[in-house]
Design a protein around this ligand. Structure first.
Ligand SMILES: Cc1cc2nc3c(=O)[nH]c(=O)nc-3n(C[C@H](O)[C@H](O)[C@H](O)COP(=O)(O)OP(=O)(O)OC[C@H]3O[C@@H](n4cnc5c(N)ncnc54)[C@H](O)[C@@H]3O)c2cc1C
Length: 460
């Protein structure tokens, strides 16, 4: 490739070392992918533009993992179980005893993912952004990255795009979709924040006093409110709106969760920022972040003045990463759709499962879509073919940017599913390296079988 006519050769450091598997993007999907690949014994590099693993699960402060709605083993995946169990053992994960054991600490997940990956000798390159790929004869030969050392070309055999935005796939010429099929608008973005020094007992007593359901046991607590609801907590929001302490968009979607291993801290799944329709437009997202911080300030003022338990609290942080739920998706060999959700579709090459509802923020009222919610025991599967394309033979795509319609993406985007998809990509990549197979021709049933064998090693 040193002789390639690729113009970047004139500008690039060409890294000596090449890798069997290169994972681009270290979110929950990329981390699971790199762990699965390194665990299978092939040399693996993960490239991440920030300085920690976890993506939205750490830098985006997104916790807890939503339950995928499937009881027991069929809804689980091996690496996600390892992650959750390690965190729970160390006091940074929790089970709410209502079916979700995915409560976790957004700071400590950085350590957990790094520790597991290093146990299997996976390498990490932080503060490094993918700029482009070098493609020859339908095959990615290497990635062009930028960091403080300048531009570098890193060569590999199989590549996993887990950037959330399908950056590597897009750069390689893969056809991609963006937003809804009509206007190409993305789901609403949020900016999460954390508040500390909350008197959780006092908050729980207040919730009880006003008649708000609070089913979780101390120290776990969740509070939520939307304008359409007529809950006791929403009445408090309405009072604050009347008093002009908050503005209408501030209360459109409000939700907060306690965080295991962080006493007195809650993570806020809000504010949901109005008017940002293109999450790939950096200036729009920048505007959204500025609006978001203004909204956080108002919401915090409201909490302190109206909600007992928050009197002596403080804002700890607003998230480092914008809360982008959906941006670009690839067109893969199979496009997962709401029809698959409705029909509870199962596939020979199904590598992940979920019963999580269609959950679109901002644009569409899910109830108007007429899609029947899953009953207990029902679920649909995501085929391996959603992670590979016709055009690039050694590329896998994992996480929230897999091949799906806008509506189907809103069901598969939760962390346990992204993690399962990442694991599938890592298993597939290692298999392809060992067996000299093309990722886009691999029978996904092989991946499914390896994953179910591995899952037998953990108690679920
Ligand atoms: C506000 C909000 C609330 C949510 N609430 C929940 C919830 O309660 N529970 C739940 O389970 N799910 C929730 N989700 C969904 C879930 O968190 C995400 O869909 C999931 O974490 C996505 O994981 P991922 O690995 O696919 O992508 P990301 O987490 O987005 O990871 C992508 C990674 O790639 C890196 N990257 C991107 N581009 C490049 C590049 N060019 N070069 C190098 N690195 C790059 C990024 O820095 C990032 O680390 C929520 C999402 C949002 C936004």
């Amino acid at each position: 490739m040193e002789n390639s006519t690729y113009t970047y050769n004139k500008l690039c450091n060409i890294m000596e070392k090449s890798y069997d598997v290169i994972v681009i993007g270290g979110g929950i999907a990329g981390s699971a992918a790199a762990i699965a690949s390194a665990m299978a014994g092939v040399n693996t590099l993960i490239i991440e533009r920030n300085s920690c693993l976890g993506g939205l699960a750490s830098g985006g402060q997104v916790t807890p993992m939503m339950h995928n709605g499937i009881d027991g083993r069929p809804g689980r995946s091996y690496i996600n179980e390892i992650i959750k169990k390690k965190m729970a053992l160390e006091g940074y994960g929790a089970d709410d005893h209502y079916g979700n054991d995915g409560w976790f600490n957004t700071e400590m997940i950085k350590y957990t993912l790094e520790e597991i990956l290093s146990d299997y000798k996976g390498e990490i390159l932080y503060n490094t952004e993918l700029l482009d790929t070098v493609v020859e004869n339908n095959k990615i030969k290497g990635v062009i990255v930028h960091n403080k050392s300048g531009l570098s070309l890193i060569r590999g055999r199989v590549f996993i795009d887990s950037t959330g935005d399908a950056d590597a796939a897009f750069a390689s010429g893969v056809t991609c979709f963006k937003g809804d099929e009509l206007l190409h608008n993305n789901q609403a973005m949020s900016l999460r924040f954390m508040v500390g020094n909350i008197d959780i007992m006092k908050l729980k007593a207040f919730l009880k006093e006003i008649g708000e359901p609070d089913i979780l046991e101390y120290p776990l607590v969740e509070i939520a409110s939307v304008w359409e609801a007529t809950t006791p907590l929403n009445k408090v929001f309405q009072r604050a709106l009347k008093d002009r302490v908050i503005e209408y968009p501030d209360g459109k979607y409000f939700q907060a969760f306690s965080v295991p291993g962080m006493p007195g801290v809650m993570s806020f799944n809000c504010p949901e920022i109005p008017g940002i329709y293109d999450t790939l437009d950096t200036s729009a997202v920048s505007r959204g972040l500025t609006i978001g911080r203004k909204m956080i300030k108002r919401l915090y003022g409201f909490l302190k003045a109206y909600i007992p338990g928050f009197e002596k609290s403080c804002i700890i942080s607003s998230a480092e990463l914008p809360g982008i739920r959906e941006s670009r998706r690839i067109r893969g060999k199979y496009i997962l759709s709401e029809k698959d959700f409705s029909e509870r579709a199962k596939f020979e090459d199904g590598v992940a499962r979920t019963a999580y509802p269609i959950d679109i923020h901002g644009l569409i009222d899910e109830k108007k879509l007429g899609i029947k919610l899953m009953e207990r025991g029902e679920y649909f599967e995501i085929p391996y073919r959603c992670m590979v394309t016709d055009s690039i033979e050694n590329l896998l795509v994992a996480g929230r940017c897999i091949s799906s319609t806008f509506i189907a993406q809103s069901s598969v985007r939760i962390q346990p599913t992204c993690s399962a998809l990442g694991e599938a990509a890592g298993v597939a990549a290692a298999y392809c390296v060992r067996n000299k197979e093309k990722a886009n021709e691999l029978d996904g049933k092989i991946v499914r079988d390896i994953m179910s064998e591995q899952l037998k090693e953990v108690s679920c």
